[in-house]
Design a binder for this molecule. Structure first.
Ligand code: ADP
Ligand code: MG
Ligand code: ZN
Length: 464
């Protein structure tokens, strides 16, 4: 059954102040409702003024997503009744958004971007004594209210969650390279995921926080809809909520129609002319984007494209880390190999990003260098890195603590194996190539897999 997925992604922008007032965009750790003013609280008579920096960021994002940028844009009021917006409308863009008609490529396929627009975040609601549908009461924290966001709306072009995952990781990397977004901040990206199966109505799962949850919500929703259709029932057009505790989605409300929001132009703000001069100025300020960076990594550092893609798309900090390492130690291919395999594995295992971990380029280079010089074997390195990453200790310190693995005299082990397996040796001599594989296996067994198979083969051939 064909699956159709479309995303509406809300991204918090890293500006100093909120979208329409001078309150700070950074309210981490502040007392509830302390980071507010009459504008972001929505007092009657307060007048919004647009933060130009937000439009700067919006233009760069739109350009990076290959969008057409409107020559002039308006803000609109989206009217609704809910305690996260005391003024009963959200200032967003509807009729004439900042930009539209873009795309982002995933797996050589263009995912069309319908629009990228600017809007304010509503207040944060804290549900007490239960979840969104069962709470006893709700607390409203307006610190977040009026924080600047862009909303990125895709066409329903995704056919599975794999494409969604790739899209989101590419998008994050782009936003990080533009330095408009901090992915490590809790709730800095929220998505609404729309899903339908061929011929059926679609459900919209609202307000999913974090990537992993988008995927979980989609997987659940696809199975739920398939089951309904298989039982001969219909999928309802509705808005659902993702419950991160149970990894399921539940009905929130029957879908409201666009008309229900009664959009009108925001009368307190004027039309904003964007124009070529502004767009060109932002284009000039745009830093290197992920795809260009990947290309440069391949050319400049001669690393495989596959490795470059992994390094740049995991997160910008990892790409910065790689470049810092290469500056200290010029064996870029070796560094890249160790980053995309063992370093990432250990980071994942510990649930850390490179920034959160204690490993520095200096420590990592010391580690890679000691394998390159043969001070430690790569096999031992695979063990060592498991402690290197979370501890932040140097290779030297770790070796001091753990001691180097006992050196084995490979040649004498191989001689032993030859003595003990005369028949296999004879078979090999008479042209049975498979026998050498068996002999290598025996040596590996005796050395507890600490020796390099190619080296064993070399010595075996010499001794036989
Ligand atoms: P709404 O008015 O409900 O917000 P839109 O037409 O603006 O609906 O689309 C919102 C999102 O729903 C977009 O991301 C779009 O790609 C997605 N979408 C539209 N139709 C479908 C569908 N049949 N299946 C899945 N997603 C869809
Ligand atoms: Mg919508
Ligand atoms: Zn304010």
């Amino acid at each position: 059954m064909k699956v159709m997925i479309g995303l509406e992604i809300h991204v918090h922008l890293l500006t100093e102040s909120k979208l329409f007032c001078r309150c700070s965009s950074n309210y981490d750790g502040k007392d509830p409702n302390s980071n507010t003013c009459p504008i972001c609280l929505g007092f009657p008579g307060s007048k919004p003024a647009v933060n130009k920096k937000v439009i700067d960021s919006g233009i760069m994002i739109a350009k990076a997503l290959n969008c057409r940028i409107a020559p002039e844009m308006f803000f609109s009021r989206k009217t609704y009744f809910y305690p996260d917006m005391a003024k009963n409308f959200q200032i967003t863009q509807y009729e004439i958004p900042l930009s539209n008609n873009g795309y982002l490529e995933v797996f050589d396929k263009k995912i069309r971007i319908r629009r990228v627009h600017i809007e304010e975040d509503p207040a944060k609601l804290v549900h007490v004594g239960g979840g969104i549908t069962s709470a006893q009461y709700v607390l409203a924290d307006y610190n977040r209210s009026g924080a600047p966001m862009v909303e990125i709306v895709t066409e329903p072009d995704f056919i599975d969650t794999k494409e969604v995952r790739e899209f989101l990781s590419k998008l994050t990397s782009i936003l990080e390279h533009l330095e408009v977004f901090d992915a490590s901040k809790e709730g800095s990206m929220r998505a609404d995921a729309n899903v339908s199966l061929e011929g059926g109505e679609r459900a919209e799962v609202k307000n999913i926080t974090g990537f992993a949850n988008v995927e979980k919500a989609l997987n659940y929703e696809i199975v739920r809809q398939k089951n309904l259709l298989q039982m001969g029932m219909k999928v309802q057009r509705e808005t659902r909520h993702f419950d991160a505790d149970t990894n399921t989605t539940v009905t929130l409300r029957k879908k409201e129609l666009e008309e229900d929001y009664g959009y009108i132009f925001e009368p307190d703000l004027t039309m904003i002319e964007i124009g070529k001069v502004w767009v060109d100025k932002m284009a000039k300020q745009m830093p290197e984007l992920p795809d260009q960076r990947i290309e440069r990594f391949v050319k400049e550092y001669k690393i495989p494209e596959r490795d470059a893609k992994v390094i740049v798309y995991v997160d910008k900090a990892l790409a910065d880390f790689f470049e810092a390492c290469v500056k200290l130690f010029n064996k870029s291919e070796f560094i890249a190999k160790w980053i995309v395999t063992d370093l990432l594995k250990v980071l994942n295992w510990n649930g850390l990003t490179i920034r959160q971990s204690k490993i520095t380029p200096k420590l990592f280079v010391e580690f890679v260098d000691s394998m390159d010089r043969g001070t430690i074997t790569e096999r031992f390195g695979k063990e060592l890195i498991k402690e290197l990453v979370p501890s932040g200790k140097s290779v030297r310190e770790l070796i001091k603590e753990k001691g180097l693995p006992k050196k084995i005299d490979l040649e004498s082990v191989i001689k032993e194996v030859i003595e003990e397996n005369k028949k296999a040796v004879e078979n090999y001599k008479t042209g049975n190539e498979k026998s050498i594989q068996f002999l290598i296996g025996q040596v590996l067994k005796k050395t507890k897999s600490s020796a390099d198979p190619n080296k064993i083969r070399e010595i075996l051939k010499r001794l036989i």
